[in-house]
Design a protein around this ligand. Structure first.
Ligand code: AMP
Length: 397
């Protein structure tokens, strides 16, 4: 259980409540193309509205790098949120986020009203966690709620700095749910417990591999990172992604797995291509048979079967990172096969945000999973066993 106070532990009636949400949604020409993060924020917002709070929402969106960028304004989010909530969301357009518009909007609020502030990253202090912006944000509210799991692994003004200046700082329902699902899966799993790691690089997932080897029964490796493992066994990988600095590390991890009795699986065949392109010639070859001019871009058919088989009896599965370059249809089959295998089993299935979450949703398997995290980076750091600063900053129970 999460040992932090939540929105259930406070009384917000008549109070100004600043809620840090994760409204960092993909936008195309001002249109929101995936609103999962907005939907995930609704339970906390509704609870605070129903309890009579004056609900002030804030979030970052993209990387405006400390200055106003109209294309990264949260204005479209205000419109869509109002539709989803069925009540007005007053957008406080302010280049400085906490400027005259925001102050006036908050001063005019009644119980149950909602105001949305402008993109917190319009302010240069935000990502540097500099007090001036934390104080500005704190001046707008009596109570702070952090419900932004997607940024919980960062210490910024709007999720950590502000807690220095507000006595009551609690977590919201989304944050609670994310931590409970990920925490239970990793620390109290029903076994067999299988973790699947993919994506481009070993270097981004070093601590995750190390930490998970202490917990899982089987660790499945796919994606670009698999080639560093193959190479460390002396096998040829052609032009595939390779991190030469991590060969020793890969070897150590394989030794650790063996000592611990953890089954560590790497691909037994690979889809290779002449170029990093969906139009290039491609074929499947066995492990160890990648020729010099070819590049591995997906797991092969035999590996798809091997991995589906390794997943089939699992009771807990955590997945982070695609099995290949799933953005190109010729190299998406491995990722599709894993998503399908997870959808078909009777187990707790946790998808760790980012690309794997996108893949599962695009393929229409979203509702077959136990939990799809809204935070790729945050869930990875959680899997590393790290304390997330955004969670640590909330009041203890
Ligand atoms: P990451 O951000 O490290 O989780 O990596 C995600 C990216 O890894 C996706 O954009 C994939 O296209 C890419 N990826 C997966 N497998 C491979 C591969 N075999 N070669 C190159 N890139 C890959």
């Amino acid at each position: 259980m999460l040992n932090k106070k939540s929105v259930d532990d406070i009384n917000v009636k008549g109070k100004r409540v600043l809620v840090r949400c994760d409204f960092n949604v993909p936008l195309q020409e001002g249109r929101i193309t995936d609103e999962n993060r907005l939907v995930a924020a609704l339970p906390t917002i509704k609870k605070l509205v129903n309890d009579g709070g004056k609900v002030i929402l804030c979030s970052h969106l993209g990387k405006p790098k400390g200055e106003p960028k109209p294309e990264l304004s949260l204005a479209p989010v205000a419109i869509r949120l109002a539709e989803l909530l069925g009540q007005p969301v007053n957008f406080a357009a302010d280049a400085t986020v906490v400027g005259d518009n925001a102050k006036a909007a908050v001063a005019a609020m009644n119980e149950g009203d909602i105001v949305l502030l402008e993109n917190t990253r319009y302010r240069a202090e935000e990502t540097k966690n500099i007090d001036t912006f934390s104080e500005d944000l704190a001046s707008l509210c009596d109570v702070f709620v952090n419900d932004a799991f997607g940024t919980a692994h960062r210490a910024h003004c709007s999720n950590v700095g502000i807690t220095k200046y507000v006595d009551t700082a609690v977590v919201g329902y989304l944050m609670q749910k994310e931590i409970e699902f990920l925490g239970n899966a990793v620390n109290n799993p029903k076994r067999p417990f299988v973790a699947i790691l993919g994506g481009s690089k070993v270097s981004g997932k070093i601590s995750v591999i190390n930490n998970l080897l202490d917990k899982v029964d089987t660790l499945i490796i796919g994606g670009g990172m698999a080639y560093t493992f193959m190479k460390s066994l002396g096998e040829e990988v052609g032009l595939s992604l390779l991190e030469a600095d991590y060969l020793d590390y890969a070897r150590e991890m394989m030794e650790k797995a063996e000592k611990k009795g953890v089954k560590l699986l790497i691909p037994i065949d690979t889809v290779v291509s002449k170029e990093y392109s969906n139009d290039a010639e491609y074929k499947t070859v066995n492990r160890g048979e990648i020729e010099p001019e070819w590049e591995g871009l997906d797991i092969g058919e035999k590996t798809r079967e091997l991995y589906a088989d390794a997943i089939k009896d699992a009771k807990t599965v955590v997945w982070n990172g695609p099995m290949g370059v799933f953005e190109m249809s010729n190299f998406a089959k491995g990722t599709i096969a894993v998503a399908k295998a997870l959808a078909e089993i009777d187990a707790t299935t946790i998808i760790g945000g980012g690309d794997s979450a996108a893949a599962v949703n695009i393929l229409g398997y979203g509702d077959k999973m136990t939990h799809i995290s809204t935070g790729g980076g945050a869930s990875l750091e959680f899997l590393e066993g790290k304390e997330l600063p955004g969670v640590a900053a909330a009041n203890d129970k």
